[in-house]
Design a protein around this ligand. Structure first.
Ligand SMILES: Nc1ncnc2c1ncn2[C@@H]1O[C@H](COP(=O)(O)OP(=O)(O)OP(=O)(O)O)[C@@H](O)[C@H]1O
Ligand SMILES: [Mg+2]
Length: 352
């Protein structure tokens, strides 16, 4: 178990600043997710923590100890990188056993731990195959098993599940999370997939262009994104431009619609409303933020329906409604109805 600290860490490649002044602390047993678009600096950050890339500035600490100058093998870190190279001449079993053999673990213990790791990633049956006899997703799972088997202080995972189909990905993700929590392995995981980030991360770090945009729990980031980039990157959202009035209790959109807002900062220029926060009503109702609207598009998604509505003030909004077995609802294009937004769900966001 260990904490990991980045203290003003930067990485330059020539003139290019790939990682710009990262400071963060991963607490013991926490699963921290790095999330951001391609090229934003996620892999570079992991490589500096693992010791495969030198930081240009700043310090990396593991368990309060400065490891910035330490080689990778002195850091007791399990890694699964994007190019999860396996040893081609070793069987799946021996690939996973490799780290244990180096640690002079007993044969009985090796057999037990390798089996447990392989069953975790659902590969018990393939223990005697060579990597070239496996699919890409299977190789990736061997890499996950190999990183977990040594029970490292810190686990670094770079898109570890990217080659798996949706069903397997969901299962392996849950199993990994269970084991990570059981063994309390401090974990930093990179993913592009926001569902994966939200469902696995204790906290998320949203990165863009080598800069940390926001760090917080999935709930923090979803409910109160600090800027439009974070808001758009985490979940779906409606954004309507305008300006706050009356000390932030009202947000007036460009088309002149006044939306009651529980507290829009004076610098807010966008109001964000999540699709599930919009209520649909058949008739007008008293109270704040009830607006007439017309259904334009209805998309059935299985567990929910997604509607695109046009307000009479001309804005369009996306609304999602979970399917209800008890009360199935059917919406049709052209239908007139009313929307209602709780002022607490209208979140003012300042420009970046
Ligand atoms: N060795 C290198 N030399 C020069 N530039 C590099 C080097 N490694 C990475 N970069 C650049 O640094 C930036 C960050 O790269 P990094 O691999 O950390 O991105 P990433 O967030 O992991 O992206 P992806 O999601 O595509 O894996 C990119 O613009 C990349 O081109
Ligand atoms: Mg990467």
């Amino acid at each position: 178990m260990a904490t990991v600290t980045l203290d003003h860490v930067s990485k330059r490649f020539g003139e290019f600043l790939a990682v710009d002044d990262f400071s963060l602390e991963v607490t013991e047993g926490e699963l921290l997710v790095l999330l951001g678009p391609s090229g934003c600096g996620k892999t570079t950050t992991l490589r500096m923590i693992a010791g495969f890339t030198d930081a240009s500035a700043g310090a990396v600490r593991i368990r309060e100890r400065d490891v910035t100058q330490d080689p990778p093998y002195r850091r007791n870190i399990g890694v699964v990188f994007q190019n999860y190279a396996l040893f081609p001449h070793l069987t799946v079993f021996e690939n996973v056993a490799f780290g244990l053999r180096r640690r002079r673990t007993s044969e009985a213990e090796i057999a037990k731990r390798v089996e447990r790791s392989l069953s975790l990633v659902k590969l018990d049956e393939l223990a005697q195959r060579l990597p070239r006899q496996l699919s890409g997703g299977q190789q990736q799972r061997v890499a996950v098993a190999r990183a977990l088997v040594i029970e490292p202080d810190v686990l670094l995972l770079d898109e570890p599940l990217s080659n798996l189909d949706a069903k397997l990905r969901h299962d392996v993700r849950q199993e990994m999370r269970r084991l990570q929590q059981l063994l309390k392995i401090t974990t930093i995981m990179v993913t592009h997939d926001q569902d994966e980030a939200m469902s696995m991360g204790d906290r998320l770090v949203v990165i863009d262009h080598g800069r940390i945009q926001q760090i917080g729990t999935p709930q923090d980031l979803y409910r109160t994104p600090r800027n439009p980039f974070v808001a758009a990157f985490i979940g779906q959202a409606n954004f309507i431009e305008g300006r706050p009035e009356r000390d932030g209790s009202l947000f007036v959109t460009r088309s002149g619609l006044s939306i009651a807002c529980a507290g829009c900062a004076p610098e807010a220029r966008t109001v964000m409303i999540r699709p599930e926060a919009i209520e649909l009503l058949d008739a007008p109702a008293p109270g704040a933020n009830v607006f007439p609207a017309t259904v334009e598009v209805v998309t059935y998604l299985g567990s929910a329906s997604e509607l695109i509505l046009r307000l009479t003030s001309s804005e369009t909004v996306i609304v999602t409604k979970p399917a209800s077995a008890a009360e199935p609802r059917h919406w049709a294009p052209g239908q007139n109805l009313y929307i209602r937004v709780d002022p607490a769900s209208a979140v003012g966001i300042a420009p970046m």
